[in-house]
Structures are given as C-alpha cells and as structure tokens.
Design a binder for this molecule. Structure first.
Ligand SMILES: [Zn+2]
Length: 544
C-alpha cells in the first residue's frame, strides 16, 4: 500500500468539558479519516488536548487540584465523548505526554542553536491576583476581565522566535501553493493582513508561570503556547526519536483541520517552524467556521452549554453525526439548534433513507418471501438510476478531497430520493397484480436493493452505526469501497420485519400542540356532556 493520508484536528484546550463545537470539528475530521481508510489509504488520524498555560493553572488552583489532575478529568470526559460518537482517532495526544515534552524541548533547542530563537524582554499588562498577562483589548475599563483588579505594565525576560527570518520564503510558498490555505478567502486575509505588512517576532517562553514545558538550557523559562501546541503534529509521528517509521510514512500532513480563529497560527507560525526545522510543509490547512447554538456562541456563562451526550442519548450518535456533517457547508459558520436536528432526522434519515429501506424490504417480503434476484428484465427507466449508482463513488471521492462533506451527503441522499421516485414511477404494487410482470417486479426490487447497498457503502464513514444495521438487514457481503458500483448478480435475502432505521421524532412544539389538541377535545366533550340534561329537559318540554 503506498497511498497514505495524515489528518489532524486542533488539540483542544481542556479548561472545561468539551461542547458541541468541539464535536463538530472532530466528527468532520473523523468522517474524512474513515472515508480515506475505506478507500484504501493508509491513514493516521490525530486529535488531542493542549494542556499547558496560565489559564489551566488558574482553573486548577481554584478547584484545589494540581493542573495535571485538573486536565486528567477533562481528558477522560473527552475520551468518553469521542467513544460515544465513534471517533476513530489513531492517537489522542496530550501535551503533557512525556514524548511530546521531549519533542518540544528538542525543537526549542534546535531553533535556538540555529539562531532563530533569541533572548529578549517581554512587556505586558499583568494582573497579580490572576497571575495572567492581558492584552489592551482584553481589559474592561483598563482592569482585569476576570477579577477587576488594576493591571500593571510588567517586563519579563523571554525568548523570541524570529519569524521575520522566513517572511519572504513563506510569502512565496503561499503564492505558489494555492491549495495550502483553504478556504481561499482566508489565504488573502493572511497574506494581506499579516504577512505582507511584516511579521513581528513571537514570544515563545515565559517566566511568570510554571505550568508548561521547561526550556532545557534555561530552567526559569517554560515554553509558551505555540511551539508547544503546534509541535504535537510531529510528536505523534515520533519526530526527533530514533524510530522514524511514522515520520517517513505520514509526514507531511495531508490536511490540518482547524477553527478559523487559529488559521493564522497554522499558516504563519507553523510553516515557519517547519521551514526552520528543514521539514516539508503540510499540504493543506483548512479553517472551518464556528458552530453556534441557537444564534449565540457556546459557553457555560451564556447558559447554552449542554453536554453533547444528552443529544447522543436522545437521538442516537449517527443522527448527531449526520446533522453536524450535513447541516453546515464546511468552512461556513453554522447554527446548532435542537429543532433543526429533529427536522434533519425526520426529513432525511427517517423519511428518505429509513423509509426507502423499509418499503423495499416490505415489498421483497410481500412479493418474494424476502429473497430477490436480478431477473434482468430491464426497462428504460432503470438506466437513470443505475447511472446515478455508478457515478456516486467518483463524485464522493472528488468532494471529500475538496472537503465538501455536506455535499457528499447531499449527493448520496439525491440517489436515495431518486429511488423513492423510481418506486412511484414503476408502481410495483400494480405490477404485483399481474402474474406475467413478476420478473419485471423482481428486477425493480433488485435495482432498489443495489441502490441501497451502494449508497450505504458511501454513507459508512459518516454514519458507522446505522450503515451496519443496513448491512445486517440486506445480508450482503459486498460492502467495500471497491464494491461501490452496480453489481448484477447479487442475491438479497432480507429478514421478515426489520426494525426501522430511524424513528420519526416529534419536536417539543408538536408534542405540545398534540397535547393541547387532546385537552381541547376533552373540554369540548365535557361541555357536551354537561349540556345533555338541558337538551333532555328541552326535548321533554317540547314533547309536552
Ligand atoms: Zn485578575
């Protein structure tokens, strides 16, 4: 196998438990990784957590635990969440992992020895109770946002990374590699707003806090943020160790998936770090948009934080995965709302996919005792469906390479939609009444099963659990990506009454409306009953 694929998510900051926004980026990366794996690529999928820094140290102090104890708990929680969402990472890297610590120390020393890192003085606005530096923009009325104390201008000794050494080299690289920064709009933003105006040297060490990786040759300093965090993409492959197997196989990364707020660091600091280390640059950095909840950013303080497990337990992991992958064109900002999630489940998963499977299985049972072969009694109307089945895989390949994940699902569901139309056009229930049309009827059902089988293969990376259910309903063994085309000699034997793939879900509002209507009906009934004596009285009076 010589095709390889290396994909990464950002390493998330575990200052609090992960929310649906973290799930979004991770689900998309997982789907891409799974797709490539099934497509025969030797794939490495990396995710993890960025655990150092003053904010974590402060949170831990407030909680009365050590920083490591603090992040351990959050990381356990995250790993459990990824398990519940079927996230198939090859490594969950933590910046407190011993191999990562060594790798960062090695990189820091290498850059220092080369003259790219030098010692200078950092000036910043410091809050003593919080032990934190703030930028001017982060202050509220000139005071610390967290505790309201006055900040002081403080100077401390620090190491700096001379980004300007590589400015023109980076500019040339970005100009000659149009795919490097995606979406395209972010590329121009980086060039025009940050790189061309001139790169400032970056502060890469601190002495004001201790929760970080110590600089080996200057013990008062810990490595500050970016060299520590970005190096994870190399640590995971054993960079700097004697074992170069993974580095040789997977580097450079095929794509770093990152939130749009950190595109800048991944397309300026990171490539410069790699240039300084004489390593090839990643092929692509893709900045995705933010997922906001019901119109607002997600945060505990806004009160819109919900443990993603609540959605998974209520609607199933595949429904949550499908929604994240389908609802928002990757790259744009998107809104997460429970009502939109419900309507996706109902309209796409239950009505289109689930309904097609149960209709087809139902007809196979009704007309052929559950066993369907290809009678090859084809008509013109079949060609369109068969063509769509056969072109789906190549369409999906192209869209996955462009990271247009929602479009892959759209195309696949177009085929499922077409099947429902095919049923309406061919009217199997009419053919079933005519004994001479039996072969034609069986051919139609065969074509439908083929469409279900092939779309199911394409859907596997996106909804691993439900696609397994379909496989067990169809009892088919042709489920590899190499089988994702129309095959004309399969035999489908289906169970008698398989459970529906997805149940339709009533929204809170429709449940409320339903209850409201029931109450109204009872009240009306009571009123009518109360009127009965009056009616009897009136009738009696008239009769007299
Ligand atoms: Zn403060």
């Amino acid at each position: 196998m010589n095709k390889k694929f290396y994909i990464t998510t950002p390493i998330y900051y575990p200052s609090a438990n992960f929310h649906i926004g973290h799930c979004y980026c991770t689900i998309v990366s997982d789907a891409i990784a799974r797709y490539k794996r099934l497509d025969g690529f030797d794939t490495f999928f990396l995710t993890g957590s960025d655990e150092h820094g003053q904010k974590i140290a402060k949170k831990a102090r407030e909680a009365g635990v050590t920083p490591k104890e603090y992040v351990d708990k959050i990381v356990d929680n995250a790993k459990d969440l990824w398990k519940k969402l079927d996230i198939s990472y090859d490594r969950f890297i933590r910046t407190t992992d011993i191999d990562h610590v060594k790798c960062v120390q090695l990189i820091f020393k290498k850059l220092y020895d080369k003259g790219d890192i030098y010692k200078g003085e950092y000036q910043g606005l410091y809050c003593t109770p919080c032990e934190s530096f703030w930028t001017e923009a982060q202050l509220v009325d000139g005071k610390c946002t967290d505790c309201g104390w006055d900040v002081q201008l403080v100077k401390e000794e620090a190491y700096f990374f001379k980004l300007s050494n590589y400015q023109s080299k980076l500019e040339k690289f970005i100009e000659t590699h149009p795919d490097f920064i995606q979406p395209e709009s972010r590329k121009n933003e980086m060039l025009n707003n940050f790189i061309r105006p001139g790169l400032e040297d970056l502060c890469v060490s601190r002495t004001s806090f201790k929760w970080g990786i110590p600089v080996t040759f200057d013990k008062d300093h810990v490595v500050y943020v970016w060299i520590d965090a970005l190096a994870n993409y190399l640590t995971a492959l054993g960079y700097g160790t004697d074992d170069t197997t993974l580095m040789d196989k997977y580097w450079p990364a095929d794509v770093h998936i990152v939130g749009k707020e950190i595109v800048r660091f991944h397309t300026i600091i990171w490539p410069i770090m790699l240039m300084a280390l004489d390593l090839p640059l990643p092929k692509k950095v893709f900045g995705h948009g933010w997922l906001i909840i019901d119109g607002g950013k997600i945060s505990k303080s806004l009160g819109n934080y919900k443990d993603p497990r609540e959605y998974i337990e209520k609607y199933g992991k595949d429904a949550v995965r499908y929604y994240a992958l389908r609802e928002i064109p990757f790259g744009n900002d998107g809104n997460f709302s429970e009502n939109a999630l419900i309507s996706r489940i109902n309209s796409d998963l239950a009505n289109i996919w689930g309904n097609l499977v149960s209709r087809t299985v139902g007809m196979a049972n009704k007309y052929f005792d559950g066993s369907v072969k290809n009678k090859k009694c084809n008509e013109e109307v079949d060609n369109n469906l068969i063509n769509e089945i056969n072109s789906l895989k190549s369409k999906a390949d192209k869209l996955v390479d462009e990271l247009q994940i929602s479009r892959v699902l759209e195309c696949t569901f177009d085929v499922l939609r077409l099947c429902n139309k095919y049923i309406d056009d061919t009217m199997p229930w009419v053919l079933a009444k005519d004994e001479t049309k039996k072969d034609r009827l069986e051919t139609i059902l065969y074509n439908l099963f083929e469409a279900i089988r092939v779309t199911n293969i394409i859907l596997m990376p996106f909804m691993p659990e439900s696609t397994q259910k379909v496989i067990s309903i169809l009892h088919t063994t042709k489920n590899g990506f190499e089988d994702a085309h129309y095959i004309d000699d399969e035999i489908f034997t289906v169970d008698n009454t398989p459970k529906p793939l997805f149940e339709r879900i009533q929204s809170e509002w429709s449940r409320f409306y339903f209850t409201f209507r029931q109450i109204l009906a009872i009240i009306t009934l009571v009123i009518i009953c109360l009127q009965i004596p009056t009616v009897i009285y009136l009738v009696n009076t008239i009769m007299k």
